[in-house]
Design a protein around this ligand. Structure first.
Ligand SMILES: O=C(O)CCC(=O)C(=O)O
Length: 259
C-alpha cells in the first residue's frame, strides 16, 4: 500500500490524518505575511477577542492568489483524492483562525452540523456521518498550533453517554466559554473521554472529519494563524442544497462575523 493509501485507511478508521511538513517554506512565509495583514483587519473590525475571519476569499483588501496555492499543493491533492474522491473540491470559503489577544477562549466540544446547525434530524445526520466522503475539513497552521482537540474514532458513530455528559458539563455543544482561566478551559477539554489535542507544527496540514467530537482551545498568549476550510463532494453539496431549500442556514458560529 502506498503512503496515501495507508493514510486513507487511517483516516477512515480515526477521522484524522496529519500531513507533516506539507507546505513549502517559501509559501509558508508568504502566507504568514498575508495572514498577519488579515488578522489586523479582523481585529480592527471585530475587536481584540476575535478568533475567526470567516472567509479570506471574500474579505476586502485581501488578494486570493496565495491562499489558493495552498489548496492546490500536489501532496494535499493526492491525499484528498485517496481519502475522499477525485471530485472533491475546496469550499468557496476559507476561514483564518486567529488567537484572541485579551483572554483565553474555548469553542466547546461539538459535532459539526449536529450541534451548530438548526433543526437537524439526528438520524439523517448519522447517515451522513457514516458516509466518509462527507463532512471533511482542513486546518493548516502557519505557526505551531495545539488549539484543536479531537476525539479520534468518533466521526462515524452515534455519541456515547459519557461524551454527551462531557458536552453538557461544558454548557452545550459548540458554545463559547471565556472569562475563566486557561486551566479551567483545559479541564473542559480533558473531560472528554478519549479527547486529545492535535499538536501541529507550522507547515503541517490536518485533514479531519468534522462529524468527530472536536473543540478549539485558544490561548491568547500563543500566536495562531491557521487556515481552515472544507473539501466538499457531491454528497456535501446535496446536503447543503437540501438545507438551503428547507430554509435552514448553514452552520452557526459563536465567533464574530466580518462578512
Ligand atoms: O479552532 C479550531 O481548530 C476548531 C474549530 C472548530 O471547532 C470548528 O470550526 O467547528
Amino acid at each position: 500500500m502506498d503512503a496515501a493509501g495507508a493514510a486513507a485507511a487511517r483516516y477512515h478508521d480515526t477521522g484524522l490524518v496529519v500531513l507533516r511538513n506539507a507546505v513549502p517554506p517559501s509559501l509558508l512565509a508568504e502566507l504568514r505575511a498575508a495572514a498577519g495583514h488579515a488578522a489586523d483587519l479582523a481585529r480592527r473590525a471585530a475587536g481584540p477577542q476575535c478568533q475567526r475571519l470567516p472567509n479570506v476569499f471574500a474579505t476586502e483588501g485581501l488578494t486570493p492568489d496565495r491562499w489558493r496555492d495552498l489548496l492546490e499543493l500536489p501532496t494535499l491533492r493526492e491525499h484528498v483524492e485517496a481519502l475522499l474522491t477525485p471530485a472533491h473540491r475546496p469550499s468557496r470559503a476559507m476561514a483564518l483562525l486567529i488567537n484572541p489577544t485579551v483572554e483565553p477562549w474555548l469553542m466547546t466540544w461539538h459535532r459539526d452540523w449536529l450541534h451548530n446547525a438548526e433543526a437537524v434530524d439526528t438520524g439523517e445526520w448519522l447517515d451522513a456521518a457514516r458516509n466518509t466522503t462527507m463532512f471533511n475539513q482542513l486546518n493548516a497552521p502557519l505557526y505551531d498550533d495545539a488549539s484543536l482537540w479531537i476525539r479520534p474514532g468518533s466521526h462515524n458513530r452515534p455519541s456515547r453517554p459519557d461524551e454527551e455528559a462531557a458536552r453538557a458539563a461544558a454548557g452545550g455543544g459548540g458554545g463559547e466559554v471565556h472569562g475563566r482561566p486557561l486551566a479551567a478551559l483545559s479541564e473542559i477539554c480533558r473531560a472528554m473521554p478519549g479527547g486529545e489535542p492535535v499538536r501541529l507544527s507550522a507547515g503541517d496540514i490536518a485533514l479531519y472529519r468534522n462529524s468527530s467530537w472536536h473543540a478549539g482551545l485558544y490561548d491568547h498568549r500563543d500566536r495562531r494563524a491557521t487556515l481552515h476550510t472544507w473539501f466538499d463532494g457531491d454528497d456535501d453539496r446535496g446536503w447543503q442544497q437540501r438545507r438551503r431549500s428547507a430554509g435552514k442556514d448553514a452552520k452557526n458560529y459563536a465567533s464574530p462575523a466580518l462578512n
